[in-house]
Design a protein around this ligand. Structure first.
Ligand code: ADP
Ligand code: NA
Length: 336
C-alpha cells in the first residue's frame, strides 16, 4: 500500500469550547500521532475560504483563523511534522476549484443535503459559495492527492462528491491524475452536552455562560463550572449501561472518560457507589489538569501573532510546493 496522506480542513471558529476540543481538536491530534507513526503524512488547513460562505466580519474571520491555529498548536498539532496552513494562502485551492466547477454537475450539487439544511427556506438568498462549497472541498483534497480524508457523518456525502468529480475528471481528460480519497473513519468522537441542560449540545451559541466550558477559561472558572454542573441525587451505578436514563450523569462521565483517555465503563466502575458530590470535584481537578496547560500555551502563542502567522506562512509554503505541480498538470490535461 502506498503511504497514507491525510488531508483535513477545519473551519475557523473562535471562542472554542470543551465540545470543540473533545469532539474535534483532540481527535485531530490523535489522528496526527497515529498516521505519522505509521509513516504517513498529515496536512491540516484552516478553511478560511469556507468561512466566507456565510457572512462574517473580516476582523472576526482573521481573529478566528489565528485563534484556531493557536488552539491546534497548543493542543498538540506539530507544525514541523504536520503541514499546517490556511487555505487562502495557497491560491491553488481556488484555482483548482474553478477548474473542477466545469466537471461537477448541477444535479450533483442539488443533491447535497448540507446545502439544503444550511440554506433552509432562503435558498434564493444563499451565496453561490455556500452552494458550491462541496466543489471547493473536493479541490482541497484532490489538490494533494490525499489518500484519506477524515469525515464525520455530515461530510460523507461531500467526500463521495469529491470521488465522483475525480472519477469524471480522470475519464473526461483521459488521465489518472487524481487519486480517489477514501474516508478515514476514526473512533466515534464524543458528543458533549451542555452542563446545565443535557438535552442540548454544548455550543458557543448556548445561552448560559455556566453551561459551556471555554478553552480560555481560567482554572477557577473551569473548576466552578464543573462543581456546579447539573446532576441528579443518585449514586453512580456499577455499569455504564445503568446510566441509561440519566443524561446529566452520562454527560459528566463521558467528559471524564474523554479527558482521561479511558472508557466510560472504566470511569463508572471506579466511581460506583459514590455520589456526584465526590465525582464532580474529581472531574473539576481532571479538567483543570488537562485544559489548563492548553490554555496557557494558547495564551502564550496568541501574545505573539506574528509567530502564528509565520507558522501559517511556512505551512503554506510547503503546501504550495505540493499543490503547484498538480494544478499545472490539471491545467495541461484540460488544454490550458
Ligand atoms: P458550535 O456548535 O459551538 O458552533 P462548531 O459547529 O463550530 O461548534 O463545531 C466545530 C467542530 O467541533 C465540529 O467538528 C463539531 O463537530 C465539533 N463540536 C462542536 N460542538 C461539539 C460538541 N458539543 N460535542 C462534540 N463535538 C462538538
Ligand atoms: Na455548530
Amino acid at each position: 500500500m502506498t503511504n497514507m496522506r491525510v488531508v483535513s480542513g477545519i473551519k475557523p471558529t473562535g471562542n472554542l469550547h470543551l465540545g470543540n476540543y473533545l469532539g474535534a481538536v483532540k481527535q485531530w491530534v490523535a489522528m496526527q500521532d497515529q498516521i505519522l507513526s505509521q509513516g504517513g503524512e498529515t496536512m491540516y488547513f484552516i478553511a478560511d475560504l469556507h468561512g466566507l460562505t456565510e457572512w462574517i466580519a473580516p476582523a472576526d474571520l482573521r481573529a478566528n483563523t489565528i485563534e484556531m491555529t493557536a488552539t491546534l498548536v497548543a493542543a498538540g498539532i506539530d507544525p514541523e511534522r504536520s503541514i499546517l496552513f490556511n487555505q487562502a494562502r495557497v491560491p491553488q485551492h481556488s484555482e483548482l476549484s474553478c477548474l473542477l466547477n466545469n466537471v461537477a454537475r448541477v444535479g450533483w450539487l442539488n443533491r447535497m443535503t448540507q446545502f439544503k439544511d444550511k440554506a433552509g427556506k432562503n435558498r434564493e438568498g444563499a451565496s453561490v459559495g455556500l452552494y458550491d462549497y462541496p466543489v471547493l472541498m473536493a479541490a482541497d483534497v484532490l489538490l494533494y492527492n490525499a489518500t484519506h480524508v477524515p469525515v464525520g457523518e455530515d461530510q460523507k456525502q461531500h467526500l463521495e462528491l469529491a470521488r465522483d468529480i475525480a472519477t469524471k475528471f480522470n475519464a473526461d481528460y483521459e488521465t489518472e491524475l487524481f487519486t480517489l480519497p477514501a474516508p478515514l473513519v476514526s473512533q466515534a468522537a464524543p458528543r458533549i452536552m451542555s452542563l446545565r441542560d443535557a438535552g442540548a449540545k454544548m455550543s458557543k451559541s448556548n445561552p448560559s455562560e455556566q453551561s459551556v466550558v471555554k478553552l480560555i477559561d481560567s482554572d477557577e472558572v473551569i473548576a466552578d463550572k464543573f462543581r456546579r454542573a447539573k446532576t441528579d441525587p443518585d449514586l453512580l451505578p456499577e455499569t455504564w449501561e445503568e446510566l441509561g436514563s440519566r443524561p446529566e450523569a452520562r454527560n459528566l462521565v463521558t467528559i471524564f472518560a474523554a479527558l482521561a483517555d479511558r472508557t466510560t465503563a472504566e470511569v463508572v466502575a471506579e466511581y460506583a457507589g459514590k455520589g456526584f458530590g465526590q465525582f464532580k470535584p474529581a472531574l473539576a481537578d481532571l479538567a483543570v489538569a488537562k485544559l489548563g496547560p492548553i490554555r496557557d500555551e494558547m495564551t502564550r502563542l496568541l501574545a505573539d501573532q506574528g509567530a502564528i502567522d509565520a507558522i501559517l506562512e511556512r505551512g503554506a509554503e510547503r503546501a504550495r510546493e505540493l499543490a503547484a505541480p498538480l494544478l499545472r498538470r490539471a491545467q495541461e490535461a484540460m488544454g490550458l
